[in-house]
Ligand binder design. Structure first.
Ligand SMILES: [Zn+2]
Length: 122
């Protein structure tokens, strides 16, 4: 079996759900560990306008070419290993840049408006 694909997920919880779904499909944890390379989450967000700020005028939106940006959260390597172990029921301590962390960085650097964090319960 070969599941060495990137799976779209939205948070650590989604990764755990993904692992649990595969266990329900009778795919062994060993197969998951051996074939899963990385998990990626993508979010398409409005960019902060360099001219108008957080809210862009209709005319500016029509004239400005680049209005959206993709933010990717990647879970791989040791962090992925820890998440898989957590799915097995082990207590794990780890950290990696999550989607809210990356969005906060985008806001701090001036690329994203503050409203980008809406819905994350932070
Ligand atoms: Zn604008």
């Amino acid at each position: 079996m070969n599941i060495d694909v990137l799976i779209s997920a939205f948070s650590k919880v989604s990764v755990l759900c993904f692992v649990n779904d595969y266990i329900e499909f009778n795919i062994s944890m060993q197969e998951i560990e051996q074939t899963l390379v990385a998990v990626a989450a993508q979010r398409l967000l409005d960019m902060r306008c360099p001219f108008c700020g957080d809210e862009c005028t209709v005319i500016c939106r029509k004239l400005r070419g680049n209005r959206r940006v993709s933010v990717y959260e990647l879970l791989y390597g040791q962090a992925l290993h820890h998440v898989v172990n957590e799915a097995k029921g082990r207590e794990e301590t780890y950290s990696y840049p999550t989607m809210p962390d990356l969005i906060k960085k985008g806001i701090a650097l001036g690329y994203l408006p503050m409203k980008s964090l809406e819905g994350w319960n932070i």
